[in-house]
Design a protein around this ligand. Structure first.
Ligand code: PMP
Length: 424
């Protein structure tokens, strides 16, 4: 429906197969009305909705397969273990075909980055060393590094932004030096939508011997990701933004790095041998998975990825490019409305932050909610970015595979009505 015309039969079939109406029908949440209106869900950057297949898979796990993993020798434990490990293999393929041992199940992006800020941070950061982040980071990829820098007396530096919300690449080389040990950046900004040119930054960082950590929370749901091509040493994302359950995510790490790192959490399952005076660690990835994980979550993460892959990540990206272009064009027709971040759809994702003069983003969100439209308003867990933009908050509409032009039209119509309501 929204894929760009290409001249092959396969492309034509793809185009016909991207049918938002039938995709939406797979998501039971859309069967309801909110405040007397159809639900227009434009908050997928915060969390995505779940298809029936994922909801059914969670139900099925607890109804028929529930048991703890890795330890039991009975049928249910073996079934649960094999599904859990199968999901790990699926995620490894989703990231462009990495080794399954390089995929650690975590409770989400935040947990993955915190793991690194301790394991990696404790191992490689010394007083006077430098950690380089960017001005557009979500607190999840910012606060752990602030705290690491404080613990170690290290220096936290940041890549500034251009006026249109991209990283100022002219500053990168000047910020890197032999003391730079970690470069941590987001693949796609949750506020500006900007897709960062990680490959160039990774190359420059690696030349200085730094380790590159990529926050993939916003990119992984919306575009094909190949961590080897990105040359990311670590890549973290959350299942709940890719149609899966909350409370589960993954941290990818290059095998040799994972093997050399100390564990973050200790306890059951992550050990090889335990004595009162000495403990040896299990092999990766188990060394980093202490305790009982979110088994149902990890298993149904696979169902979510299956759903996305059946539609095709490339098709989803293409659909969102077209929807973003349409939304930007329509939104900019509203007098005074200002979009934060680049307008060029080839370097941005589908999260669009905007402000309307004299109407607080919280009021925008509340007004839209009265029309059944869910957006996000606030600082989006990026307070330093808000300061750099000179804003206290923005409104953010974010689109996914189940949104189409009628959702953009509903948003624009409601915003126009809102301006009349506030007499602006
Ligand atoms: N990084 C970015 C860019 C995000 O958008 C988010 C979620 N809003 C996170 C990290 C944190 O993800 P989670 O809350 O799932 O750990």
């Amino acid at each position: 429906m929204h894929t760009k015309p290409k001249n092959t039969d396969a492309a034509l079939m793809e185009k016909q197969s991207f049918d938002v109406t039938s995709i939406k029908a797979d998501f039971p949440i859309f069967a309801q009305e909110i405040n007397g209106h159809r639900l227009v869900y434009l908050d997928s950057a915060a969390s995505s909705q779940k298809p029936q297949a994922v909801i059914d898979a969670i139900d099925r796990f607890y109804s028929t397969d529930n048991a703890n993993i890795h330890r039991g020798l009975h049928a249910l434990a073996e079934r649960a273990t094999s599904a859990y490990e199968h999901s790990r293999t699926k995620v490894a393929k989703f990231l462009g075909g990495v080794n399954r041992e390089e995929v650690i199940f975590t409770s989400g992006t935040t947990a993955g980055i915190n793991l690194l800020s301790y394991s990696l941070g404790e191992q490689i950061i010394k007083a006077g060393d430098e950690i380089l982040i960017t001005e557009m980071e979500h607190h999840a990829n910012l606060v752990p590094w602030v705290m690491l820098a404080k613990r170690k007396n290290a220096v936290l530096k940041r890549i500034p932004l251009t006026r249109d919300g991209r990283l100022d690449l002219t500053k990168v080389n000047g910020l890197l030096n032999s003391r730079t040990k970690i470069v941590a950046l987001t693949h796609m900004s949750n506020v500006l939508g900007t897709i960062n040119p990680r490959t160039e930054i990774a190359e420059a960082a690696h030349k200085k011997g730094a380790v590159v950590v990529v926050d993939g929370a916003q990119a992984a749901p919306h575009m094909p990701v190949n961590v080897k091509e990105l040359d990311a040493d670590f890549y973290a994302f959350s299942a709940h933004k890719v149609l899966g359950p909350t409370g589960v995510g993954i941290l990818y790490g290059k095998r040799e790095l994972l093997e050399s790192l100390p564990p973050f959490m200790t306890g059951g399952e992550m050990i090889r041998e335990v004595n009162f005076d000495n403990v040896t660690w299990n092999e990766v990835p188990h060394k980093f998975e202490a305790g009982t994980p979110h088994i149902a979550g990890a298993i149904t993460f696979e169902t979510a990825i299956d759903y996305l892959e059946q539609i095709g990540m490339e098709n989803i990206r293409q659909h969102e490019i077209e929807l973003t272009e349409y939304a930007i064009e329509k939104l900019l027709q509203i007098e005074g409305l200002e979009i934060q971040g680049p307008l060029d759809s080839s370097i941005r994702g589908s999260a669009i932050s905007f402000t309307v003069p004299d109407i607080h983003p919280h009021d925008i969100s509340t007004f839209l909610d009265s029309k059944g439209i869910a957006i996000r308003a606030g600082h989006h867990c990026a307070q330093p970015l808000m300061r750099a933009l000179g804003k206290v908050a923005t409104a953010r509409a974010s689109f996914y595979l189940y949104n189409d032009e009628s959702d953009v039209d509903a948003l624009v119509e409601a915003l126009t009505e809102m301006k009349k309501y506030f007499r602006i």
